[in-house]
Design a protein around this ligand. Sequence first.
Ligand SMILES: *Cc1c(COP(=O)(O)O)cnc(C)c1O
Length: 388
Amino acid sequence: MDFLIRTKMKKEELIKHKTPFYCYDLELLSQTLDEAQAHAKKHDYHIHYAMKANTNDRILKLIQSKGFSSDCVSGNEVKKALEIGFKPNQIAFAGVGKSDEEIMIGLENEIFTFNCESVEEIEVINELAEQKGKIARIALRLNPNVDAKTHKYITTGLEENKFGINSWELDNLIEKIGSWKHIKLTGLHFHIGSQITSMTPFKNLCIRVNELNTWFSERGIRIEHLNLGGGLGIDYQNPTENPIPDFELFFGVFKQFLEPRPHQEVHFELGRSLVGNCGSLISKVLFIKKGIKTNFAILDAGMTELIRPALYQASHSIENLTSESRESEFYDVVGPICESSDCFGKKIELKETKRGDYIKIHSTGAYGEVMTSGYNLREQNPVVYINE
Ligand SMILES: *Cc1c(COP(=O)(O)O)cnc(C)c1O
């Protein structure tokens, strides 16, 4: 597979840019998108890109140009999607707490669907739609109570989580549905979590969705689309060997276990699996500090650039790009921020590392740049694109 052999940035090129900076490989992104589309199209599946993973303009434009729809979780993401060129009928709007102002943005633009997470939310959308003289298309985000077997902070499909409508609320909801004159129920929506690398949770999801789909059809409610959400994980440990997730396997599970009715469209909302591996964070070593048990490699990037390790105990593959040493050593790779959680990894094996070396933190295309902050009054440097 020739996409594995890609030009690395030359040292002369590297040192031109102020560190730390995000670097995106647009060719890898393009190949990942093509691969995802090809396998989805085989089964007539529609993919919405979950914008919250990365809202960089060039990335969004490439994704839009390849025929993806969009999945938004805020009013500003809906506006951004429209600016980039996504059509209103390609926009799904999810989120457990949509403000009235955000709902209005969706109504004014007549988006494809609001993915609704509670009866109270549907009541508010109905009222606001009445004021606007609109009919809002909605999907019910149902909590399938399926364990995604991922980190607890990125598990969303269990009854203990804040997301979705629980099954015991459905009878009540169905009784009210006829009275909401400005609501058209068109879909069922599910999203069980993120960075899911085993296919078993997706199989379990299919089984639960089939039951719920039958429940609705038995009550004479016509559902036009099933939205299975996102969550497919990437290989953070071996990003160079496995840059592109196995979309064939992923969609194959749904093909095998999901039973949509002949008229029903099947939608997905992929974020991380589309953009995760095309990004890296490039940083420079400021100091090496000898500790009691370990050496610290102190970088000029910290949790203000990449918060995933501090927030989710995530680990990214880390590489010294410029050391010419043949020896390797173990380092705790840390940032400069005044927090002990500002650590990218403990006991990381790197080529012998010294002040001024360039360090690459792999697989930071998803939930990286979008989560940067100005804590400690830090500023973010311009992004660099390669393989354009
Ligand atoms: C975050 C999110 C996604 C995307 O999740 P990934 O793990 O990045 O694929 C999809 N749908 C909803 C509702 C989300 O909140």
